[in-house]
Write a protein of this length. Structure first.
Ligand code: 5AD
Ligand code: SF4
Length: 441
């Protein structure tokens, strides 16, 4: 029988990458094969992102280019999944891409086999009928680092953010499923796991009786989960993203000192001015955030800190932006993902306020912070010169190995292919903004 081939294009965040790994597992279980490029695929699915308008435009562009590919492969089936179909409650976006044969949100993934039957006769169709798509075991992209989703959706409703519409309200994954997945990864020799959730530190186990240790002094299920992961044998690194400052408890801050915790924390701040934070509905003040950072740095000195910042939010004045700049300097971040505000349909901010900071001004603010970041990071990275860093090696290309340090910094050194997927000790000889270069110890 003919084996149909699929190809998945993933845009956006790590959650999407993990969803694509589930999608791949689902399609493989139906008897399909994974194609190397979209050119040889019978089915191409775009796993979309909606967080900014530019991300959505890319989806439109990709659908158009796949439609051109269909001129050569008339039976090509095009699918769109992820956040864009998720937020399209009225079907307006669906109407803009009639060329797509399939259009479904991530949580509707379990229905895919039924939808595919129409296009691919002979596929095994009845293997999956999950209403809960998290029950599908991912086909992990990597053999040493795995994403583990512990919750989906978000109920925080930051006023700029489309995620609650696109992915629904927060749903916690059963602890037993999480523990089964990570123990299996541990037995398979995985080195690093990345726990994923929109507010990952707000994890609450629906089935807390499955924690292996009962500690009456621990109240925070996320901290308990971190303790649990630290009991594993083969997994050496634990990383989690993204926490919300408002829900970061003392217990979780203490858990930053656990042995497997990477030396990095991503803690989105979004803005440094209280009025802007209030209008974003972030639920904390500048002072509270700074206090939290101080506590973190005292608890684990040397921890690298990352953040997300939005510039040019509705009504953000020059003075208010300056507060973000000064907060950046005070926190001494190692990295920041800087975004220019993009109003999202259906969000409270888009309904309530005009997008009144001009594009040029957004670009100027973005550039200013970007320059500050590059300067700060370059200076901070000099401290690593002469130090030995443990690196999880990701690839070997053009005669160079590249991997990530505990601080999630990119490290390069010269060795060979055999080190990919291994933990290697590297002495740092030279540091630039975005790369540390060294030699194997
Ligand atoms: N405009 C610009 N950036 C946004 N983000 C989320 N929504 C928007 C928006 N409407 C950014 C935030 C978030 C990151 C994933 O994307 O900084 O942390
Ligand atoms: Fe969006 Fe805020 Fe939820 Fe993060 S916490 S996903 S920014 S609504």
């Amino acid at each position: 029988m003919e084996r149909f081939k699929f190809f998945i294009i993933t845009l956006g965040c790590q959650m999407n990458k993990n969803d694509s790994e589930r999608l791949a597992a689902l399609l493989l279980s139906l008897g399909m094969e994974e194609a190397k490029t979209e050119k040889e695929a019978d089915l191409v699915i775009i796993n979309s992102c909606s967080v900014r308008e530019s991300a959505e435009s890319r989806v439109g562009g990709l659908v158009n280019s796949l439609t051109r590919l269909r001129l050569q492969r008339p039976r090509l089936i095009i699918g769109v999944t992820g956040c864009l179909p998720g937020r399209d409650k009225q079907g307006l976006l669906r109407r803009k891409m009639p060329q797509a044969n399939l259009f479904f949100s991530s949580s509707e993934m379990g229905r895919l086999p039924g939808m595919l039957a129409e296009f691919f006769p002979g596929l095994k169709t009845n293997t999956f009928s999950f209403s809960d798509y998290l029950k599908i075991q991912p086909r992990y992209d990597s053999e040493y680092r795995a994403f583990v989703t512990i919750q989906t959706g978000c109920s925080q409703f930051c006023t700029y953010c489309v995620v609650p519409q696109a992915r629904g309200l927060t749903k916690q994954r059963p602890l037993i499923d999480i523990l089964t997945e990570i123990r299996d990864l541990d037995n398979r020799g995985y080195k690093e796991i990345v726990l994923l959730g929109q507010i990952v530190n707000q994890y609450q186990a629906p089935d807390p009786e499955n924690f292996s240790v009962y500690n009456p002094f621990q109240q925070d299920d996320f901290a308990r989960l971190l303790w649990e992961v630290n009991q594993l044998k083969s997994i050496e690194r634990v990383h989690w993203t993204a926490p919300h400052p408002r829900y970061l408890t003392d217990e979780t801050i203490v858990a930053l000192t656990l042995p497997k915790q990477v030396n990095y924390l991503h803690l989105p701040v979004q803005a440094g001015n209280n009025e802007v934070l209030r209008r974003m509905n972030r639920g904390y003040t500048r002072e509270e955030y700074l206090q939290l950072v101080l506590k973190i740095k005292q608890t684990r000195p040397g921890l690298a800190l990352g953040t997300d910042i939005i510039v040019g939010f509705s009504g953000e004045t020059e003075q208010q932006f300056e507060d973000t700049v000064s907060l950046y300097q005070q926190c001494d971040f190692d990295i920041a993902y800087l975004a220019k505000y993009s109003p999202r349909p259906g969000t409270a901010a888009a309904r309530a306020w005009a997008d009144d900071v001009s594009w040029d001004e957004k670009k100027r603010r973005w550039r200013l912070l970007q320059d500050l970041m590059e300067k700060t990071t370059y200076q901070k990275n000099q401290q690593y010169v002469g130090q030995i860093k443990t690196v999880l090696v990701d690839k070997y290309q053009n005669g160079q190995n590249l991997g990530q340090s505990e601080e999630q910094k990119l490290v390069s050194f010269v060795s060979d292919q055999s080190l990919v997927g291994k933990m290697v000790r590297v002495r740092i000889k030279e540091a630039a903004e975005w790369i540390l270069r060294g030699t194997v110890v």
